[in-house]
Ligand binder design. Structure first.
Ligand code: NAP
Length: 278
């Protein structure tokens, strides 16, 4: 497949028509830019960091699909985004058939996914001696195997397109290793190794694979820790505050942008300095 054919497939006939243009031509044609209606899939885009990422891409003019485990029909497009540039899909990343179904739905609507944000994640905190096997497996299956599953599915089409952006959402916990988070830290550290191996495998096709490592971010995930524990963690942050989901979305958006075309296999901390030097 030529670069031009790949770009045409990626953007879909409808997108070209909507811009009042014919098939894209020229050397830059195979690489869709922000604002050019790229096809973006954010796993776990129903709330928190994933929802902020979806809003960020939508604000750039991209077409954004988000996944949630329950009730996709209840999710509204972020901001003033038009309904036709947003879709919410039911997908539990632990279920290969649901992952396949989500990708097919996006492809049928807009074409292949050009930007994947593997964000879906959970915690099941417990000290190792009290951590059940279920807690271990649930976290690894969601955070690591789920990310592997969606990345593998996305890459299959990106290789044909000869472009693509994958961003994994890891955590400062991968490097710090907080007590009670052996399962979570293992899953998030695993993402870094996986991202780097994958980055080398697909680099020749101009697909980049990067990682963001957020610190303490104000979402449902941290709210369950309680104010006191969050206060302790924030007390260790050099910048002196918790991060917002938008702080993380801006970093994800950058890694997915053309400005980051020469960055692959990188880990970008978004943690107010919490993990610096690790
Ligand atoms: P959150 O508000 O709890 O949101 C978690 C998201 O993951 C939801 O959209 C949820 O979707 C989705 N999800 C969970 N299990 C899933 C599954 N099996 N299949 C598909 N989707 C699933 O958490 P958040 O803070 O935004 O976290 C987002 C990512 O950032 C996670 O990977 C997390 O580890 C990472 N992170 C967060 C922080 C922080 O301080 N908040 C720090 C470092 C890293 P539904 O519930 O709608 O199905």
């Amino acid at each position: 497949m030529s670069r031009e054919q790949g770009a045409s497939e990626a953007r879909g006939q409808g997108a070209s028509e909507a811009r009042g243009q014919g098939a894209p031509v020229g050397p830059g044609a195979a690489r869709a830019e922000p604002g050019d209606g790229r096809v973006v899939l954010v796993t776990g885009g129903s709330r928190g960091i994933g929802a902020a990422c979806a809003a960020w891409f939508a604000a750039q003019g991209d077409r954004v699909a988000v996944t949630t485990r329950e009730g996709p029909e209840e999710l509204e497009p972020p901001g003033r985004v038009l309904q036709e540039r947003f879709c919410a899909l039911r997908c539990d990343v632990r279920d290969p058939s649901q992952v396949e179904g989500a990708f097919r739905a996006v492809e049928e609507r807009w074409g292949p996914v050009e930007v994947l944000v593997a964000n879906a994640g959970i915690t099941r905190d417990a000290l190792v001696l009290r951590m059940g096997e279920d807690d271990w497996h649930d976290v690894l299956e969601t955070n690591l195997t789920g990310a592997f599953r969606v990345a593998k599915r996305a890459v299959a089409r990106m290789l044909r397109l000869r472009h693509g952006r994958i961003v994994f959402v890891s955590s400062v916990g991968a490097f710090v290793g907080l007590p009670g988070q052996a399962n979570y830290a293992a899953s998030k550290a695993g993402l870094v190794g996986m991202a780097r191996a994958l980055a080398r495998e697909v680099a020749s096709r101009q697909i980049t694979v990067n990682v963001v490592a957020p610190g303490v971010v104000e979402t449902d995930m941290t709210r369950v820790l309680g104010e006191e524990r969050v206060g302790e963690l924030v007390g260790m942050v050099p910048l002196g505050r918790a991060g917002s989901p938008q702080d993380v979305a801006a970093a994800v958006g950058f890694l997915a942008s053309d400005a980051a075309a020469y960055i692959t296999g990188a880990v970008l901390p978004v943690d107010g300095g919490l993990g610096m030097g690790l």
